[in-house]
Ligand binder design. Structure first.
Ligand code: HEC
Ligand code: HEC
Length: 179
């Protein structure tokens, strides 16, 4: 358990470093998923996946979608899946979850959302956070982030390769790194 937490911590820390402004080059895309669909037989599941976390990437082009389409997609696809995922943590608390879970208000769907907890912008801060709230950091990094990436059909940020798009700052604002 300790080992898992520590490796998660590594992920979170590496992530924070990138979010702090190394600015990954989006043009240099990660190696394409070269495997043909035939090879899609699910690899041995690393951990008992939840329905939502195991979701295959959606066949959408998020970047090309206009606001009304995005809204519709959020409502019909993202919301039910993410609610289901959050309910695996606390069924009671999240059974009434709606758009405001992530967006806080519905006048403006801009993300990241400064009303969500602001995350530390440096390694020390992330380390402290991961030690203080290991379960939530782990849930966010290994469930919420990949599920959101799959739903948006965008690559998940990978701290090892520093490639990818969907990460903690897709939803949370980040503090300025302390010098
Ligand atoms: C689990 C978190 C989550 C929930 C719940 C959620 N959204 Fe979103 N939403 C996001 C994220 C993350 C983005 C930004 C995606 C991106 O472009 O990187 C987003 C983007 C959007 C956008 C596009 C905003 C823009 O500027 O283009 C709209 C519109 C939207 N959401 C509407 C909704 C609606 C309506 C609901 C409820 C039915 C909802 N969302 C529920 C996470 C969520
Ligand atoms: C798809 C959007 C999304 C992404 C991506 C995301 N989070 Fe969150 N996070 C949330 C929402 C929504 C909440 C608030 C949940 C609530 O209100 O109960 C939250 C809450 C938190 C909290 C506060 C929990 C508490 O109990 O105080 C922490 C810490 C956190 N996230 C860390 C992270 C980290 C670290 C990452 C990246 C590995 C991350 N989040 C990625 C949506 C997201």
């Amino acid at each position: 358990m300790r080992a898992i937490v520590m490796s998660m911590l590594g992920m979170a820390v590496a992530f924070a470093a990138n979010a702090a402004g190394e600015g990954g080059a989006p043009g240099k895309a990660a190696a394409p998923a070269a495997k043909p669909a035939a090879a899609a037989a699910p690899a041995p599941a690393p951990a008992a996946p939840t329905a939502a976390a195991a979701a295959a990437p959606a066949a959408i082009d998020w970047k090309a979608m206009k606001k009304p389409e995005r809204k519709k997609y959020m409502k019909e696809v993202v919301m039910p899946k993410m609610k289901e995922l959050f309910m695996t943590v606390d069924a009671k608390k999240y059974s009434a979850a709606d758009c405001t879970l992530c967006h806080k208000s519905t006048d403006n769907f801009k993300m990241p959302n400064p009303k969500l907890p602001k995350l530390p912008g440096d390694e020390a801060g992330f380390k402290a956070l991961a030690e203080k709230k290991p379960e939530v950091v782990q849930f966010m990094a290994t469930k919420v982030k990949p599920a959101m990436a799959a739903l948006l059909n965008l690559p998940e940020y990978n701290p090892e390769t520093k490639q990818g798009v969907v990460g903690c700052p897709s939803c949370h604002t980040m503090e300025k790194p302390k010098k």
